[in-house]
Design a protein around this ligand. Structure first.
Ligand SMILES: NC(=O)c1ccc[n+]([C@@H]2O[C@H](COP(=O)([O-])OP(=O)(O)OC[C@H]3O[C@@H](n4cnc5c(N)ncnc54)[C@H](O)[C@@H]3O)[C@@H](O)[C@H]2O)c1
Ligand SMILES: [Zn+2]
Ligand SMILES: [Zn+2]
Length: 434
């Protein structure tokens, strides 16, 4: 598919891990469940598959009561992530009720209401001990990732064999490895529609702001007003107390929401052709910090469109170059948006000459931040439902992917219910299935 894919994908063999993945799960289970299965570029389907089983003493089996589709799932949908296989079960954001636990699970018990982290961390390796959970040493068997990046990252639920090959949670049941570390119990006072998003976007956005070192009184630029970018803006305004927030996107409804709710200053790149020139005009000297919440797939220039299309690069540098030109000297750029492989025309001169701190925030170590984020949800300083626009049943999952990809009529974040879900909470979106 692209330059990075030229690596012989499966020929290098799997690295040993401390837990089973989708391929090695016990297939003797006779009960079936509905799950979202990937079958190729822009082809996902709801299918009956075996219910996962406890295969390790540290596993928990979860009855899923809420899941969703993420901007990151769109990379899978478009077939742009290495080692995604026909038949893989997708979904990395989920909550549910603990159904069964392995004998070494002590942190949760059957009946507990829990949210799962999107990343799978053992909780006890060198990186986990430092709370760098997404760098867990023992949950990803991909030798391809190790070869490409020099070291492997940790595993991710429902996100290809590049990050462990674990079956995902867009399903009626899912298995959570290392359950003592990867589940958080949620109090009854926090409704499902708020709790679910602790699995990724709430904590990811918090991590981005925290990791980029944002502090009170600063002027911060945010590229991308999707769920991550909008949550970043909410954290910046309500908790980190930014002075000014400049938000770049071309989806007017998203820009408008951030302007109305959190006083972000919108920059619509459909109307403003030279974004960095404009930013330097409205913020003389440049931005203190920038957070890239858009990502590798969003090309702007013809040259990157062509280079990606013919496989001369995997990732576009259009956005990162705009950020480099817009940040002040010795300012910071945090990249929370996904990048996967190589990019051309990266403005390395600006990085060096301006003394810019470029921070790869990594996949966000959810478990590091989720208690803090839950506290802010409970005390009302952060509300994840501001961007919750739709609710569908799992049966509509293929349609949801399509509409989410098209950024259909105001669709931002979707709550996907299963047969185990509670009814919608008061004031939350009602079912909208056709
Ligand atoms: N690091 C992590 O832990 C982590 C976790 C979740 C998501 N992500 C990544 O974060 C990114 C954002 O996620 P999301 O769910 O908000 O995705 P999204 O695709 O819904 O949002 C991206 C936004 O960027 C905008 N955009 C496109 N081109 C742009 C440009 N040239 N300049 C500015 N904005 C532009 C789009 O219009 C869209 O609103 C994705 O790459 C996703 O994979 C990372
Ligand atoms: Zn996600
Ligand atoms: Zn670990």
């Amino acid at each position: 598919m692209n330059a990075a894919a030229n690596l012989a994908q499966d020929k290098m063999g799997a690295k040993p891990t401390a837990t089973a993945n989708q391929d090695s799960q016990n297939k003797s289970e006779k009960r079936t469940m509905k799950a979202c299965v990937w079958h190729g570029k822009e082809k996902v389907a709801l299918e009956n598959v075996p219910v996962p089983q406890i295969t390790d003493p540290q596993d928990a089996l979860i009855k899923v009561t809420g899941t969703t589709v993420c901007g990151s799932d769109l990379h899978l949908y478009h077939g742009e992530i290495l080692q995604l296989k026909d038949g893989d079960i997708l979904g990395h954001e989920l909550m549910g009720i603990v159904d069964q636990v392995g004998e070494d699970v002590t942190a949760v018990k059957p009946g507990d209401r829990v949210v799962a982290a999107f990343n799978i961390a053992c909780g006890s390796c060198e990186y986990c001990k430092k709370k760098l959970y997404t760098s867990c040493e023992v949950t990803n068997d991909s030798s391809v990732e190790e070869k490409l990046y020099g070291q492997k990252t940790g595993g991710i639920m429902g996100y290809s064999h590049f990050v462990g090959g674990f079956a995902g949670g867009q399903a009626e049941y899912t298995r959570i490895p290392f359950a003592n570390n990867n589940l958080i119990k949620v109090p009854d006072s926090v409704i499902d529609e708020k709790a679910l998003f602790l699995s990724d976007i709430v904590c990811t956005a918090y991590h981005a702001v925290w990791d980029a070192g944002c502090s009170e009184g600063e002027t911060v630029g945010v590229w991308g007003a999707g769920p991550i970018g909008l949550h970043v803006v909410q954290w910046l305004r309500n908790v980190f107390k930014a002075k000014r927030i400049i938000l770049v996107d071309n989806v007017e409804a998203r820009l408008h929401l951030a302007q109305q709710r959190w006083g972000a200053e919108p920059v619509n790149f459909d109307e403003i052709s030279n974004v960095s020139e404009h930013v330097n005009k409205i913020v003389p000297g440049g931005l203190d910090r920038v957070i890239d919440c858009a990502g590798f797939r969003y090309t702007k220039s013809i040259v990157h469109k062509v280079e990606r299309a013919v496989g001369l690069e995997t990732d576009a540098s259009d956005i990162i170059n705009e950020c480099l030109r817009s940040v002040r000297k010795f300012g910071t750029i945090g990249i929370i948006a996904d990048y996967a492989g190589y990019t051309n025309h990266f403005l390395i001169g600006a990085l060096m000459e301006k003394g810019i701190r470029l921070i790869g925030c990594g996949q966000a170590p959810i478990q590091r931040h989720w208690h803090e984020c839950l506290k802010h949800i409970q005390d009302g300083t952060f509300d994840p439902t501001v961007i919750l626009t739709h609710r569908f049943n799992l049966d509509s999952i293929a349609e949801v992917y399509k509409r989410f990809d098209e950024k259909d009529a105001g669709m931002m974040k979707v709550f996907i219910a299963t047969k185990f879900s509670n009814p919608p909470s008061e004031g939350m979106p009602q079912l909208q299935d056709a």
